[in-house]
Design a protein around this ligand. Structure first.
Ligand SMILES: Nc1nc2c(c(=O)[nH]1)N[C@H]1C(S)=C(S)[C@@H](COP(=O)(O)OP(=O)(O)OC[C@H]3O[C@@H](n4cnc5c(=O)[nH]c(N)nc54)[C@H](O)[C@@H]3O)O[C@H]1N2
Ligand SMILES: Nc1nc2c(c(=O)[nH]1)N[C@H]1C(S)=C(S)[C@@H](COP(=O)(O)OP(=O)(O)OC[C@H]3O[C@@H](n4cnc5c(=O)[nH]c(N)nc54)[C@H](O)[C@@H]3O)O[C@H]1N2
Ligand code: SF4
Ligand SMILES: [Mo]
Length: 722
C-alpha cells in the first residue's frame, strides 16, 4: 500500500517498478468537485494504489492527500455487503435477500401512495451519485411514482449557485474552465477555502501567482484567514454574512473610478440603471462599517479587479450557504458583467462545486424543481418534452415542484411525508438543525438507506438498508466544476451482493411493474437514454459516448460526434435569457436570519478541514488523515475567549436556540472577532462535537439553501471535563 508522508503536499505519483504488477483503470477521484483524473491500480480484486492521470485536464497528474489515500477506504471491515432489514424500530437489523428487501419497499410504497398520494414518499440523494444513478432516480420518481420529491444534499451545497447563474445569465453552470487559471491575472477568492477544499485547483492558482507575483493579483474575502489567504495581495477579513455589501461597494468603486466597460454593458446586459442607482448607496465607507474591513482595502481590491486584463472569481460555501446566497452569487456575477470579464480567455465567474458530481446532478434534474436536461418542473413545455421522451401520457409529471431538503425533513417530522429513500448521503450529520432531522426519521413509517458502510449515523436509523457498490467497483460518469464529463472505469468487483445504486433502483422499478422502462442492460444504456433528453438543450451531449469518454473527458455542450469540448460559453456575449442579455440584479444588503443578540452574542460559522471529507465515513478510516486532523475543535479569537475565562484547549459548549455541540478550543487571531468556527465533520458516532445540532435551517427564499454559515450562539466553558 502506498504510504503518503505528508498530506499537506500536492502529490505527484510517478510510476514505480512495483506498479507494473498492477492492472490499471482510468477513473476520477470521488472526493471533491475538482474532479481529478486518477489511475486505479488493482491486483486480485483489491485496489492497491492510485496515481494522478497526467492526461486529465483538471489535474495534469497532481493529487492531494485525500486522493492519494483512496485505496485505504475501499476494503474496510464495515463495508456493507448484504441487504438488511428490521421488523420493528426496537429490533436489530437482520440480513435479508434483495427480493425481500425490495419487495417490502414496493409493498409499503404502494400502500402509502394509495392512501396518501405520491407526495408522501420522497428520495433524498447526493452529489456523490454518478450521473446514471441520478438519471434513474429522477425518471423513477418524477415519471413513474408521480412525485417530484427528489432533492439532494446539493441543496445544502450549490443551490444558490444554480439560482445565481439562472437569474444572472439565464442558464446554470460556470462559463469558463480551469485552463483560464493559467491566463488570468486577477483572482477574487470569496467564501472559499480553496487551499483546503479544492487543493489541486488552488495549486494551479498558487503556481500562477508564483510565476508572476507582481502582475498576478489575488484577493481573498473570508472571516477566517485560512491558508488560502497565504497567496493574497489583499485579504479582506469580512464579517460573516455581509458579502452583498462588500460586492456592492466594489461595484461602486468600479463605477466611480471609471473602471466599468460601458460598451459591454450596453450591448450585452440589462438592468444597468437599477444596479448603478443601488451601488451609489454603497460607498466603501458604508461597506467598511457593515463588513468590518477597512474602506481602503475595499477600494484597493476593486481597483485590482477593475484594472485586470483577465479576472476570475472563485467561490463556494461562504457565499452559497446563506439566506442571501442567490444575492451573493448575483453580486459576484455583476462585477464580471460590469467589467466585461466574462466569456473570454482567463476571465469569468467560477463557482467551485463541492462534490464530484454535483454538476451531473444539476444536468439530470436532481433537484426537486428540475427535470433532466436543464428543464424545469414548473414549465409545461418542459414537462411535455420529458413525458414524450419517456413514453408517458401528457400530464403524468406533476406540475408542482417537489420538497426541497429542509422542507422535506420538516414535512416528514410533521407526518406528511411517510417514507424516505436516502442514497449516498448522511443527513444525520450533515443536515442543519439535527434534532428536527432526527424527529423526521423517527416519525417516518419506512426509512430506506443505500450506503457503502454500516454503521453511519443515518444507517443506524434505517428500516431497510441496501448495500451499494462504490467507487472503483462499478462504472459510470461524472461532471466536475468546469462542465467536464469523465468516465469512471470499473476496476474491481463489489463486495458480497452490493450493486450500483442505479441497478438497485431499477430492480425496485421492476417490482413496481415498470420493467420495460427500467430494463437497462448496463450503465452505458442509461447514459444513452439520458443523452437523448439533452438534445437541443444548452447542455447538449449528443456527441458524447462512453467510447469517446474512454479516450478522454469532454466538456459540454458537445452536440455532435465531431464536436470537441466547449471550454468557454458566452464567447459572443449572447446569454441565455430570452433577450440574449445578462441581467444585473440589484440586491440590498440584508442581515443573516439570526443575528447575534444579548442572549446568543456570537456568530457561529461552520465548514471544513483539508484532511477530512464530510461526515468522515471514508477519511475517518485513513490513519494518515486522522493523524493530521484527529479531533474536532472550536476556533475562537482570544479577544472573545478572555472575558469568558476560556483558554487554549478548554472544552467549550456552543449553544444555540436549537441545540448544542462541544469541542476543545483553538484560539487564533486569524478569525474575525465575534465569530467562532467549527468543522461539521464529526458526527454522533464520534462524540459530542456535532455542530449541526446548533445550526439553523433558515434558508434563502430563492435557492432554498440553508444558512449553514451563520447562526447566533452562546459559549460556555465546560468546567468538569470528563
Ligand atoms: N477537505 C475537504 N475538501 C472538500 C470537502 C470536505 O469535506 N473536505 N467537501 C467538498 C464540498 S461538498 C464542498 S461544498 C466544498 C466546500 O468548500 P469551501 O466552501 O471552500 O469550504 P467551507 O469550509 O465550507 O467554507 C469556505 C469558507 O467560507 C468562509 N465563510 C464563512 N462564512 C462566510 C461569509 O459570510 N462570507 C465569506 N466570504 N466567507 C465565509 C469560511 O470561513 C470558510 O473558510 O469543499 C469540497 N472539498
Ligand atoms: N454545518 C455544516 N453542515 C454542512 C455543510 C457545512 O458547510 N456546514 N456542508 C453541506 C454540504 S456543502 C454538503 S455537500 C453536505 C455533505 O454531507 P453528506 O452528503 O451527508 O456527507 P458524506 O459523508 O459525503 O455522505 C455520503 C454518504 O454516502 C456514502 N457513500 C459513499 N459512496 C457511496 C455510493 O457510491 N453509494 C451510496 N449509496 N453511498 C455511498 C458514504 O459512506 C456516506 O455515508 O454537508 C452539508 N452540511
Ligand atoms: S483535489 Fe479533490 S479531486 Fe483532486 S485528489 Fe484532492 S480531493 Fe480528489
Ligand atoms: Mo458540498
Amino acid at each position: 500500500m502506498q504510504v503518503v508522508q505528508d498530506t499537506g503536499e500536492i502529490i505527484e505519483t510517478p510510476l514505480t517498478p512495483e506498479d507494473l504488477a498492477l492492472s490499471w483503470k482510468k477513473s476520477v477521484c470521488p472526493y471533491c468537485g475538482v474532479g481529478c483524473g486518477v489511475l486505479v491500480g488493482s491486483k486480485t480484486g483489491r485496489v492497491l494504489k492510485v496515481r494522478g492521470d497526467h492526461n486529465h485536464p483538471a489535474n495534469h497528474g497532481l493529487l492531494c492527500g485525500k486522493g492519494a489515500t483512496l485505496p485505504q477506504m475501499v476494503h474496510t471491515p464495515d463495508r456493507l455487503a448484504h441487504p438488511m432489514m428490521r421488523t420493528a424500530r426496537q429490533a436489530g437489523l437482520q440480513p435479508a435477500s434483495w427480493d425481500d428487501a425490495l419487495g417490502r419497499i414496493a409493498a409499503e410504497w404502494r400502500r402509502i401512495i394509495r392512501d396518501h398520494g405520491p407526495n408522501a414518499v420522497a428520495f433524498y440523494v447526493s452529489g456523490q451519485l454518478l450521473t446514471e444513478d441520478y438519471y434513474v432516480v429522477n425518471k423513477l420518481a418524477k415519471g413513474f411514482l408521480g412525485t417530484n420529491n427528489v432533492d439532494s444534499n446539493s441543496r445544502l451545497c450549490m443551490a444558490s449557485a444554480v439560482s445565481g447563474y439562472m437569474t444572472s445569465l439565464g442558464a446554470d453552470a460556470p462559463p469558463g474552465c480551469y485552463a483560464d487559471i493559467e491566463l488570468a491575472d486577477c483572482f477574487l477568492l470569496i467564501g472559499t477555502n480553496t487551499a483546503a477544499c479544492h487543493p489541486v485547483t488552488f495549486e494551479r492558482i498558487r503556481r500562477r501567482k508564483l510565476r508572476a507575483p507582481g502582475r498576478v493579483k489575488v484577493l481573498v474575502a473570508d472571516p477566517r484567514k485560512t491558508r488560502t489567504a497565504d497567496i493574497a495581495d489583499i485579504y479582506l477579513p469580512i464579517r460573516p454574512g455581509t458579502d452583498v455589501a462588500l460586492l456592492n461597494a466594489m461595484l461602486h468603486v468600479l463605477v466611480r473610478d471609471g473602471l466599468t466597460d460601458a460598451r459591454y454593458i450596453q450591448r450585452h446586459t440589462s438592468g444597468w440603471d437599477a444596479i448603478a442607482a443601488l451601488v451609489e448607496q454603497y460607498p466603501p465607507e458604508r461597506a467598511a462599517e457593515l463588513c468590518g474591513v477597512a474602506a481602503d482595502a475595499i477600494i484597493a481590491a476593486a481597483r485590482l479587479f477593475g484594472r485586470a486584463r483577465a479576472a476570475m472569481s472563485f467561490w463556494s460555501m461562504g457565499l452559497n450557504q446563506s439566506t442571501h446566497g442567490t444575492a451573493k452569487n448575483n453580486g459576484v456575477i455583476n462585477l464580471h458583467m460590469a467589467t466585461g470579464q466574462i466569456g473570454r480567455p482567463g476571465a469569468g465567474p467560477f463557482s467551485l462545486t463541492g462534490q464530484p458530481n454535483a454538476m451531473g446532478g444539476r444536468e439530470t434534474g436532481g433537484l426537486a424543481h428540475l427535470l433532466p436536461g436543464h428543464r424545469l418542473v414548473a414549465d409545461e413545455s418542459h414537462r411535455r418534452a420529458v413525458e414524450t421522451l419517456w413514453g408517458l401520457p401528457a400530464g403524468r409529471i406533476s406540475p408542482t415542484p417537489g420538497l426541497t431538503a429542509v422542507d422535506l425533513f420538516k414535512q416528514m417530522a410533521e407526518g406528511r411525508v411517510k417514507s424516505v429513500w436516502i442514497l449516498c448521503t448522511n443527513p444525520m450529520v450533515s443536515m442543519p438543525n439535527l434534532s428536527l432531522a432526527r424527529r423526521a426519521l423517527e416519525q417516518a413509517e419506512l426509512v430506506i438507506v443505500n450506503d457503502i458502510y454500516h454503521p453511519t449515523e443515518t444507517t443506524q436509523l434505517a428500516d431497510v438498508l441496501l448495500p451499494a457498490a462504490q467507487w472503483s467497483e462499478r462504472d459510470g460518469t461524472v461532471t466536475n466544476s468546469e462542465r467536464c464529463i469523465s468516465y469512471l472505469e470499473q476496476a474491481i468487483e463489489p463486495p458480497g451482493e452490493a450493486l450500483p445504486d442505479w441497478q438497485i433502483l431499477c430492480r425496485f422499478a421492476q417490482m413496481m411493474g415498470w420493467g420495460e422502462a427500467f430494463g437497462f442492460a448496463n450503465a452505458e444504456a442509461v447514459y444513452e437514454e439520458y443523452k437523448s433528453l439533452t438534445r437541443g438543450q444548452d447542455l447538449d451531449i449528443g456527441g458524447v459516448t462512453y467510447d469517446r469518454l474512454k479516450q478522454g473527458p469532454l466538456q459540454w455542450p458537445c452536440p455532435t460526434p465531431q464536436h470537441r469540448s466547449t471550454m468557454r460559453r458566452y464567447t459572443t456575449g449572447v446569454f441565455s435569457h430570452p433577450d440574449g442579455k445578462a441581467r444585473f440584479l440589484a440586491h440590498e444588503y440584508k442581515a443573516p436570519a439570526e443575528p447575534p443578540d444579548a442572549q446568543f452574542p456570537m456568530a457561529l460559522t461552520t465548514g471544513r478541514v483539508r484532511d477530512q471529507w464530510h461526515t468522515m465515513t471514508r477519511t475517518g478510516k485513513i490513519p494518515v488523515l486522522m493523524k493530521k486532523e484527529p479531533e474536532p475543535f472550536l476556533e475562537l479569537h482570544p479577544q472573545d475567549a478572555a472575558p469568558l475565562g476560556i483558554g487554549e484547549g478548554d472544552r467549550v459548549t456552543v449553544r444555540s436556540r436549537r441545540g448544542e455541540a462541544s469541542a476543545k478550543t483553538r484560539l487564533t487571531t486569524t478569525i474575525t472577532p465575534g465569530t467562532c468556527f467549527m468543522p461539521f465533520h464529526w458526527g454522533g458516532l464520534w462524540g459530542e462535537a456535532v455542530v449541526n445540532q446548533a445550526t439553523t435551517d433558515a434558508y434563502d427564499p430563492t435557492s432554498k439553501q440553508p444558512e449553514l454559515k451563520f447562526c447566533a450562539v452562546r459559549l460556555e466553558k465546560v468546567t468538569s471535563d470528563t
